[in-house]
Design a protein around this ligand. Sequence first.
Ligand code: AMP
Ligand code: ZN
Length: 121
Amino acid sequence: MSGTSEPECIFCRIVRGEIPARKVYEDNEMLAFHDINPVAPMHFMVIPKRHITSLGEAAAEDAGVLGRMLAMTGRLAREQGSPEGFRTIVNTGHIGRQDVMHVHIHVIGGPDQLPHMVPRA
Ligand code: AMP
Ligand code: ZN
């Protein structure tokens, strides 16, 4: 389920300004900032300001902001230097290896083509 702000959540703390972040975009309901440990030349993430734990917990009431976050990725990727495409990843829960339990869309790209998504066995 979704709440408003979680005291100990690292991304809620970024939203509240308690932890610094290199911001890419902000409006009343979402925030985008560079990943502290980028895996490609462009790597930022988009989060809702309101605490939503994961896609696994998302409910119908979260659909609007989640959709608007996705719809913002193309514009932000163009602005951040990956105009010819990019990859979005939403790691979810234990199986998806989600480390930060505040839903986030990774937006990854750069001048060069990315490796294939999940290596085939
Ligand atoms: P995930 O495994 O999808 O939960 O990814 C969490 C991501 O958050 C990782 O890529 C981290 O590098 C990133 N991260 C953790 N703490 C911070 C922070 N304070 N500022 C920016 N990115 C962070
Ligand atoms: Zn949070």
